[in-house]
Design a binder for this molecule. Structure first.
Ligand code: C5P
Length: 232
């Protein structure tokens, strides 16, 4: 795997997401299912989208005691997702337990990546609320290294951090990067954004693109544009 465009399907009903995916006809983009859709429709929506032939990144960001995360991961692994994620702040033992739970009897498992510090957390909040007094860049990189140590496959990060993460954790350690906008598109609520083309230059392995595709007048054309800029 690697170098693909993942569409963030942030819809809250099965009807909406399937209507959206129907537009792609025989193409089968890699799809991200987040908490909103999963909590609305349950595991059945994952099975249905997988049965239609899509790869699925299940973005549920687990964070609990190691034993609970391990058991939950075994359930997600049975759903046959292709990628899922946890919070690196759950610490290395939690991440190791997640890998254990995810690994099937035949030794295969979905890709597992970690969220370092959420991009919504500012350095000020991290200091005041979490009592973490290091600079946020250092914290993010430390969490990325912990993720690698625990045996995970990569992290979610800004495309602007891809290179530093690869330098610290190796080029085979995946960077999965949201915050993508077309050069001529709406920024919306994202900050620190880049275009698909720039993300490619910066070394992102997967880009996660939501509204620039889901809210486009022609979502298929917008997806093709991402593929052209990022993959081809
Ligand atoms: O619509 P947009 O392209 O901004 O969607 C980006 C997707 O990536 C959303 O599903 C959002 O929740 C997710 N995401 C993000 N920033 C992070 C982690 C996840 O935008 N740091």
């Amino acid at each position: 795997m690697g170098k693909d465009v993942i569409i963030a399907c942030d819809f809250n009903s099965k009807q909406e997401v399937l209507n959206f995916l129907d537009k792609f006809e025989d193409r089968k983009p890699f799809v991200k299912i987040g908490m909103e859709l999963f909590y609305a429709e349950g595991p059945a929506i994952v099975k249905e989208i997988k049965a239609r032939g899509h790869k699925v990144f299940l973005d549920l960001k687990l964070h609990d005691i190691p034993n609970t995360v391990k058991s939950a991961m075994a359930v997600l692994s049975n759903l046959d997702v292709d990628m899922c994620n946890i919070h690196a702040s759950g610490t290395i033992p939690m991440m190791e337990a997640a890998i254990e739970g995810l690994t099937r009897q035949d030794g295969t498992r979905p890709l597992l990546i970690a969220v370092t510090q959420l991009t919504s957390t500012s350095e000020e909040r991290m200091k005041a609320d979490l009592l973490i007094n290091e600079p946020i860049d250092k914290v993010v990189m430390h969490y990325a290294k912990n993720t690698k140590t625990a045996g995970l496959d990569g992290v979610v990060c800004s495309p602007l951090e891809s290179q530093t993460v690869h330098n610290a954790c190796g080029k085979d350690f995946y960077t999965v990067t949201p915050g993508i906008r077309f050069a001529d598109g709406d920024v919306g609520d994202q900050s620190r954004i880049t275009t698909p083309e720039k993300a490619k230059q910066l070394g992102s392995d997967y880009i996660v693109v939501g509204r620039p595709i889901t809210r486009a007048d022609d979502p298929v054309a917008a997806y093709n544009r991402c593929i052209n800029e990022f993959v081809d």
